[in-house]
Ligand binder design. Sequence first.
Ligand code: PBG
Length: 326
Amino acid sequence: MMYRPRRNRKSEAIRSLVRENLVTPNDLIAPLFIMEGSNQRLEIESMPGYARLTRDLIVKEAKALYELGIPCVSLFPAIDERKKDSMASEAMNPDGLLQMTIRDIKNALPDMLVMTDVAMDPYSSDGHDGIVCPQTGIIKNDETLEILANMSINQAQAGSDIVGPSDMMDGRVAYIRDALDDNGHSDVAIMSYTAKYASSFYGPFRDALDSAPKAGDKKTYQMDFSNSREAIRETALDESEGADILMVKPGISYLDIIKEMSQTTTLPIAAYNVSGEYSMVKAASERGWLDGEAIMVEMLTSFKRAGCDMILTYFAKEMATLIQKQ
Ligand code: PBG
């Protein structure tokens, strides 16, 4: 007797029966870039098909996403250079661009989840996620925690459902959890960027927000891409500090990390399919070198196969639209 694996591949019908993993719209979180003004979109050159949108258009976009079955958006504000400073003060403005957008979306779509990023970089004149010591250039960990906690409270007050610390400071999850709880926001979840690597895949995102570091790099706080056991240590820390969801970022080159984490934690796992991963597919597909749509489906499915429960991806709308058509 010869076992023939091809029997289970004979037709689409049998393939669909034995299929282990599928992406559905409710696995997806759509990142959105917000800018000041009204009724305008500003294309991001290094992210074909993606744009910064003004608040009114963000609300429209959120509605379209919600109708496609996408349960959550993740908001990133592009802050006017003149409003940036070394302490990210604009992040604490209750009527800032981000805060007003959160309120608009929650008013229009009370059931849609709004996730917000917690890190100083979009607001920082230094372009770093933490406070930069002016003398040494060192990123100050413990002083930054207070700012991150205030940012989180501020975002929660505006209506954020999930805060996502993307800064990689030590101890920030516990610090933010305590701050949220002490201020009456015990129902606001923390999706921790647990294993966030120092990656060149973030390039297009930094174009989108004009948020690249003015000096140095992020290697003293984001992880070294040579390491995987360190991700398991970060997982244990974030679990003990009270994270609700753990994230791995970037995604595609880090599927091994997702797999390992999914075998050690019982918390839900998210992957961030980052800007560079999106742009690579778009660039190759514009040249006719790859079938962009097929690659999108294959890539997003690989996250599910690796053990993800949810995926932050710039493909969210395109993927959900494709699923709806099928
Ligand atoms: C900032 C932040 C970054 C991303 C999300 N939050 C960039 C960075 O750390 O420099 C990257 C997202 C992407 O590339 O799509 N804290």
